[in-house]
Design a protein around this ligand. Structure first.
Ligand code: FAD
Ligand code: FES
Length: 361
């Protein structure tokens, strides 16, 4: 009997040890201790096998990640000078030749090795995570809502007009980018304009689950798209759909400065039911002769009785624009609309360095 029991006990012990090793491996990561050196000064030590993006965010360094790590937004880039391994096929289309030359990588696709050295521009290290409360939610159209978040902790998010923040969707742990639509003079509130995307994960949460009073985690501010405040150039703004959000923030700053620069704002929509903030824009026009608002409808309905500009926003822009050699442009909306409008701006001699945009991809 003893002869039978002994091997069984040994087998049990071996299985238990193997289980413990597997659990430890999962918890600690198969590669053991990893050191990440940031900008040659800050060091993080981890044992997990997570992506560089997640490790940074767990250590309160928030890089923009609008697609939530799916390698589609291309916003989570940083320079990985050592230990990033080879570029993955998923990164290829989002890295330019210059990025590849400079060891720029998508942090959501990089798994750090034992020693990983990275460089993050100081400007990107300002993004933080914020606990906020949704204090107001307003329907702007049938598929666009304005969200007003009051910041709780930290209680302000200083941002530049045009920048964006990210909403963390509770439960499914994804983040999505939304441009800040409010006035940067009040950093205790962050307003966002969200357009419903059928079957979209974040927008379904916003439209079907989010309620006034809910506590929501935001991070930010992010982005290089913001008003060039030192410039005195005339401005052309172009937006479609929820692309009005960052332009609203930019206009609020220009208004505070007395609208000293000439601003023409082209807003593209299908029909009257897709227009919003029309009264706000009309009021701004009344107050400041330097400001002109040009809503353009591509498919006005007969009942719209529309007598404003009609046609694709590109055609309206082309028709109504003169020489732009000395102008500056701010564009926001779908990637297709932005690419098409930039071609028109180029035709009107704008200098590429004076064109700023955020593609809502
Ligand atoms: C810098 C930046 C700023 C942005 N600012 C805003 C903003 O101010 N307001 C706003 O509403 N959105 C904004 N977006 C878009 C936003 O981040 C989300 O991509 C969008 O809300 C869809 O998220 P979702 O999780 O609901 O859809 P997902 O679950 O990510 O997508 C579901 C499906 O819809 C498709 N899809 C995704 N987005 C769109 C779209 N816009 N139109 C049509 N199909 C789409 C996807 O390809 C996918 O097939 C911004 C994006 C970026 C990168
Ligand atoms: S998070 Fe979007 S590409 Fe990495």
């Amino acid at each position: 009997m003893e002869y039978i029991l002994l091997p069984a006990v040994l087998l049990g012990i071996m299985l238990a040890i193997t289980g413990l090793i597997i659990l430890a491996d999962k918890a600690l990561g198969s590669g053991g201790l990893k050191k990440i050196v940031i900008n040659g000064t800050k060091e993080i030590e981890v044992t997990s096998d997570d992506t560089l993006l997640n490790i940074l965010s767990q250590n309160k360094i928030f890089l923009s990640s609008a697609c939530g790590g799916k390698a589609t937004c291309g916003l989570c880039k940083c320079q990985v000078t050592e230990g990033g391994g080879d570029i993955k096929p998923t990164e290829m289309s989002l890295l330019s030749a210059k990025d590849k030359e400079n060891n720029v990588r998508l942090t959501c696709q990089v798994k750090p090795t034992s020693l990983t050295k990275i460089t993050i521009p100081e400007g990107l290290l300002t993004a933080k995570e914020f606990k906020t409360k949704l204090v107001k939610m307003t329907d702007l159209t049938y598929d666009i809502k304005l969200l007003d978040f009051k910041l709780i902790s930290p209680n302000t998010m200083p941002f530049k007009p045009g920048q964006f923040a990210q909403i963390k969707v509770p439960g499914i742990d994804i983040v999505r980018a939304y441009s800040i639509a409010s006035n940067p003079s009040d950093p205790s509130h962050i307003e966002m304009i969200v357009r419903y995307v059928p079957k979209g994960q974040a927008t379904t949460y916003v439209f079907q689950a989010l309620k006034v009073g809910d506590i929501v985690t935001l991070s930010g501010p992010y982005g290089n798209f913001f008003l060039q405040e030192q410039s005195k150039r005339d401005i052309v703004c172009i937006a479609g759909g929820s692309g009005k959000a960052p332009i609203r923030s930019i206009l609020s700053r220009l208004k505070e400065q007395g609208m000293t620069r000439k601003v023409r704002y082209f807003f593209g929509a299908k029909a009257v039911r897709d227009l919003y903030y029309t009264e706000e824009m009309k009021q701004l026009q009344k107050e400041f002769p330097n400001f002109e608002y040009i809503p353009a409808l591509s498919n006005p309905l007969p009942e719209d009785k529309w007598n404003g500009a009609t046609g694709l926003i590109t055609d309206v822009l082309d028709r109504m624009t003169g020489d732009l050699t000395e102008a500056e442009a701010y564009l926001c909306g779908s990637p297709g609309m932005i690419d098409a409008c930039i071609k028109v701006l180029n035709k009107h001699q704008i200098k590429p360095a004076n064109v700023f945009y955020d593609k809502f991809a």
